[in-house]
Design a protein around this ligand. Structure first.
Ligand code: MD3
Ligand code: FE
Length: 219
């Protein structure tokens, strides 16, 4: 699949909602790209969580993260008093992380391809679960060995407000709403951009959460 991401050569005045927005150089929001697969993806998340439960990591400073996390794939992202890193085993069970469901691998590769990144082969999938009080403060993703590979993120459940900054922490930020089924691909000059999650949209009486799958080439 090829998206006409810049659309300069054709007339698209009859489209109210673009299929994709360029967030910045090398970064694209693919609106609704995973829409038809949300039910299947949710079932696969539940299977992963049954093997490796969601948990709140401690930051190196000893604070409990508000986002609950788990992993699947060859390596998983871990945080504790010793720091941030990727590891092959779940520290809770001491078992290897569950393997990445085929549906995850195929979606991540198809999305990367649509954004112009060929042959993306993620070896790590971080599963983030946001309840209404969860936040992810502005940060860079730089624990991966190969910063040349893109990152693909898939949103499910409640919508969220994503914060998109620049390569310096103090750069100005913009807010981007991420809805279920939206897929974002970040690479090239945008790979080290500061980003975060301001919060999710929902009412406190509903038992709803947001999930985000983040696919990376970590090793
Ligand atoms: C932009 N997760 O897990 S995904 C994270 O919605 C993380 O759970 C957020 O940031 C979430 O580290 C945002 C989008 C994302 C992921 C990696 C990026 C955006 C990125 C790396 C570089 C630039
Ligand atoms: Fe991040």
């Amino acid at each position: 699949m090829t998206l006409d991401l810049f659309g300069s050569a054709h007339d698209d005045t009859d489209h109210d909602t673009p299929a994709s927005d360029a967030l910045g150089p090398g970064a694209f929001v693919l609106r609704g790209f995973a829409q038809s697969q949300l039910t299947a993806l949710q079932a696969d998340i539940e299977a992963v969580v049954a093997q490796a439960p969601l948990r709140h990591w401690l930051t190196p400073g000893g604070k409990r993260m508000s986002v609950a996390m788990t992993n699947c794939g060859d390596v998983g992202w871990i945080s504790d008093r010793q720091g941030y890193r990727y590891g092959t085993h779940d520290p809770l069970s001491q078992h290897p992380w569950p393997s990445m469901p085929a549906s995850f691998v195929a979606l991540a590769r198809r999305a990367a391809d649509a954004a112009g990144y060929r042959d993306f082969a993620p070896d790590a999938c971080l599963v983030n679960r946001y309840s209404l009080d969860a936040r992810l403060t502005l940060h860079q993703d730089r624990d991966e060995r190969d910063l040349g590979a893109p990152i693909v993120s898939v949103s499910l459940g409640l919508p969220a407000t994503f914060l998109w900054g620049g390569v310096h922490r103090s750069d100005r930020t913009r807010r981007v709403r991420l809805a279920p089924g939206d897929v974002v691909v970040w690479g090239g000059p945008s790979r080290l951009v500061y980003h975060g999650i301001v919060g999710v949209e929902g009412s406190f009486d509903a038992q709803a959460v947001r999930y985000n799958l983040t696919f990376r080439r970590a090793r």
